[in-house]
Design a protein around this ligand. Structure first.
Ligand SMILES: *Cc1c(COP(=O)(O)O)cnc(C)c1O
Length: 236
């Protein structure tokens, strides 16, 4: 993790940014709880999980580490909304109005406010979740649903998230990170009263490029905790 923070710091430097503006989400999906514990002991402050039940199992096993934050970064199915609302500190992957309404209801019942990021499909891929934001000319059409989300009392919108198409090299992701940043600026103009300051983008492959383009959260798994053991992976 030390090595990774060095690279984060030099990317920030290159972009003239303060390294303190960047938060590292250590992605531990499909990793056993011992690996997560070791990551925390090595200094991880924010853990990223993709599957609600797997994440909750780990949260419950590691309650003693009360200072760490648990971030949900994967697609949340409707029927998992309650688990997420009750157990996670932050959601990076809010991808529909329907999910937003369910989360808001469960957060209300649990008397919590959940900070969320809006996930955008900046590459316009069929298979990806998130609001389709490939075509800049159609960004205006996103505002109808966003208006409703912004009114939900128990969700606190904090910014944007994207998972661009997987490229051959890190540089392939840059255009998509630039697009997410532009979309952030567009939303900030539309909603000057809303805090859209967080940008969650970049994985093991391309976090350095993401930082150069303004990421405030990078989500890094394999580069820190090694390859995933897919046999452990819980399918929902
Ligand atoms: C798995 C995952 C990551 C981390 O990917 P690595 O290649 O292991 O760094 C980041 N973001 C999301 C949404 C993921 O599902």
């Amino acid at each position: 993790m030390k090595r990774l923070w060095k690279k984060i710091a030099s990317s920030a430097n290159r972009a003239g940014r303060n390294v303190e503006s960047i938060k590292l989400v250590v992605v531990t999906k499909s990793q056993p709880v011992e690996v997560v514990r070791a990551a925390i002991e090595a200094g991880a402050k924010v853990l990223g999980e993709n599957y609600a039940e797997e994440g909750v199992t780990k949260i419950q096993s590691l309650v003693d580490f009360s200072a760490v934050e648990w971030h949900m970064i994967g697609h949340v199915q409707s029927r998992k909304a309650q688990l997420v609302a009750e157990n996670f500190n932050f959601l990076h992957s809010l991808d529909s109005l329907k999910l937003a309404k369910r989360l808001d209801r469960f957060c209300g019942e649990a008397k919590r406010v959940l900070p969320v990021l809006l996930e955008f499909n900046v590459g316009g891929e069929e298979s990806k979740s998130g609001w389709n934001a490939f075509d800049e000319g159609r960004w205006q059409e996103l505002l109808g649903e966003l208006n409703e989300i912004l009114l939900l009392p128990n969700l606190q919108v904090r910014g944007l998230m994207a998972m661009p198409p997987i490229g051959a090299v890190a540089e392939d992701s840059r255009q998509f990170f630039v697009k997410l940043k532009r979309l952030q600026e567009f939303l900030m103009r539309q909603y000057p009263q809303v805090d859209f300051s967080e940008l969650s983008m970049g994985t093991s492959l391309d976090y350095e490029v993401a930082i150069e383009e303004g990421a405030t959260f990078v989500r890094v798994g394999t580069a820190i905790v090694g390859e995933r053991n897919y046999k452990n992976m819980e399918r929902e």
